[in-house]
Design a protein around this ligand. Structure first.
Ligand code: AP5
Ligand code: MG
Length: 190
């Protein structure tokens, strides 16, 4: 089972991924986490990514698509039972590349879990986390920029996956466990 966990910044993708990987034995790939790890290690990719992430902008598709292919290749065994893609795809070209990458490996996206949360709650969560996270993009100005980028560049993917009959809308407002129960009900019905 390959799942995309989809939603705006702060919608709970990482939080729900932690619960999903445990329950379904999936391998978690968060492109944001991989990029932040590269930034910490000071790699070439990390240096390039920092310029975009600190401004709340998307890292260019070519870099991200290559990165994803590399992570999949390095984790063939871990990914054997399926993958949860968190924070990827964020553009139509990324979604098309994912389709191809998975087709080349004899598999496909089975479902897209869309966490739907009102904007002001997203900002509230990001600012609260920013008090501890040390993430340079967890401040109000950058959070609002990330949200704008989400609506302009990423939200069209909802219609893209709806057309494929893969989009599962989840109310992302509520307790973490309550939201996980909603996701589980949807996935267990597939
Ligand atoms: P990325 O790391 O993907 O961040 P994001 O999408 O902005 O989302 P977050 O990680 O902030 O939020 P989340 O949805 O994971 O929520 P979380 O569970 O943490 O991307 C960062 C940057 O990297 C991008 O801006 C871009 O520059 C670059 N990038 C990454 N991927 C890319 C790609 N594919 N292409 C191009 N560029 C890319 O929850 C948020 C907070 O809320 C936490 O504190 C959590 O504890 C809390 N919380 C969670 N659930 C609840 C709840 N139910 N109620 C109350 N609080 C909750
Ligand atoms: Mg996250």
């Amino acid at each position: 089972m390959n799942i995309v966990i989809f939603g705006a910044p702060g919608s709970g993708k990482g939080t729900q991924s932690d619960k999903l990987i445990e329950h379904y034995n999936l391998f978690h790939i968060s492109t944001g986490d991989v990029l932040r790890d590269n930034m910490r290690r000071g790699t070439e990719l990390g240096k390039i990514a920092k310029g975009y992430i600190d401004q709340g902008q998307l890292v260019p598709d070519e870099l991200i698509i290559d990165l994803l292919a590399q992570v999949l290749d390095e984790n063939k065994e871990n990914a054997a039972d399926g993958v949860i893609f968190d924070g990827y795809p964020r553009t139509i070209p990324q979604a098309e590349a994912l389709e191809q990458l998975l087709a080349d490996r004899g598999t496909q996206v089975d479902a897209v879990v869309g966490l739907e949360v009102p904007d002001e709650e997203l900002i509230k969560r990001i600012l609260l986390r920013g008090q501890l996270s040390g993430r340079a993009d967890d401040n109000e100005e950058t959070a609002r920029k990330r949200l704008e980028v989400y609506y302009n560049q990423t939200s069209p993917l909802k219609a893209y996956y709806e057309e494929q009959g893969k989009y599962l809308a989840i109310n992302g407002l509520g307790t973490i466990d309550g939201i996980f129960d909603l996701i589980r009900q949807e996935l267990d019905n597939l």
